[in-house]
Design a protein around this ligand. Structure first.
Ligand code: F6P
Length: 327
């Protein structure tokens, strides 16, 4: 294939603050290189339905500061079928789209890998998810903003926790990854942090709460990742602790989807801009099946399949920091 003349960009899976900044960067990089850019609405479902719109540098004005995604997002069941992907290929061919920039998480990239295998269309992934659960990048777009949202919320919870001498369990997002819980827990000074990668066990939790009480603490915050493996959900956990320590006044706060919204932090805006530019560069260099990411402060590339397959390990140094500073 000769030089690509038209690039499609889409967002898929859970939205994340900074996705708009990434779309903006892709659109403007295309314009810089005199390449047409097409926005695809509602992810893979939008490809199947041909829900496309030509985007120019002016179409993406005033969005760098906005949360969510102007291209909307969806999870498409139809794209998981061969028939669905056939339709998608027909729509892309009809629209003359010769390369795709996929902004999203592992589900988005899995779709890209399969589609590339079947139809050979060049695909470059940009990691956009608050969960920070993609290998090949230290930060996914949206993660930094979500951390700041969580820390701000926990700071507020701490005010009321300490006024009433209460123990709060705060559930944060992270289906399979504990990054949000671990970083925000350290940043917000939580007593304990429960993450999916490391099962603390109920006994250790009770022991740690006992120790806190003995050391003179009158209120406590425990941050729980939604996917933690302790075997009880956050409400059951609160009941369990109350049964063992009737003297505790326990409350639960589930932060939920507010973690996915809001204006992106400066870090996420800059990251999204850098990754968006690099994704277009790669497509124009004839590259495919890669994910752009940030490693040691530099923009790097990782094979898309590896980014999905590689199991990320929890940062032991941070676990230790969490253990020591919560004494
Ligand atoms: O993938 C990001 C994430 O925020 C997860 O932490 C969470 O489990 C999930 O999305 C919830 O997504 P939804 O409500 O859109 O299905």
């Amino acid at each position: 294939m000769g030089k690509i003349k038209k690039i499609g960009v889409m967002t898929s899976g859970g939205d994340a603050p900074g996705m708009n900044a990434a779309i903006r960067a892709v659109v403007r990089a295309c314009s810089y290189h005199n390449v047409e850019c097409v926005g695809i609405y509602r992810g893979y479902q939008g490809i199947i339905e041909g829900d496309f719109e030509e985007l120019t540098p002016r179409s993406v004005r005033n969005i760098i500061n906005k949360g969510g995604t102007i291209l909307k997002s969806a999870r498409s069941k139809e794209f998981r079928t061969e028939e669905g992907r056939k339709k998608a290929n027909e729509q892309l061919t009809k629209a003359g789209i010769q390369g795709l920039v996929l902004i999203g998480g592992d589900g988005t990239f899995t779709g890209g890998v399969i589609f590339h295998k079947e139809y050979g269309l060049p695909c470059i992934g940009i990691p956009g998810t608050i969960d920070n659960d993609i290998a090949g990048t230290s930060h996914t777009i949206g993660y930094d903003t979500a951390l700041n949202t969580v820390v701000e919320a926990i700071d507020k919870i701490r005010d009321t926790a300490s006024s009433h001498n209460r123990l709060f369990f705060v559930e944060v997002m992270g289906r399979n990854a504990g990054d949000i819980a671990l970083y925000s827990g350290i940043g917000a000074g939580a007593e304990e942090i429960l993450i999916p990668e490391e099962n603390l066990g109920l006994d250790r939790l009770l022991e740690s709460l006992k120790r806190s009480k003995r050391s003179g603490k009158s209120s406590s915050i425990v941050v729980v990742a939604e996917g933690d493996k302790i075997g009880k959900n956050v409400f059951e956990l609160a009941d369990y602790v109350e049964e063992h320590f009737p003297e505790y006044d326990v409350r639960v706060s589930v932060l939920g989807h507010m973690q996915r919204g809001g204006n992106p932090s400066c870090f996420d805006r800059v990251l999204a801009s850098r990754l968006g530019i690099k994704a277009v560069d790669l497509l124009l260099e004839g590259k495919t099946n890669l994910m752009v990411g940030l490693q040691n402060g530099q923009v790097t590339t990782t094979n898309l399949e590896e980014a999905i397959k590689t199991v990320r390990t929890v940062n032991k140094e941070l676990l230790r920091v969490g253990d020591i500073v919560t004494m």
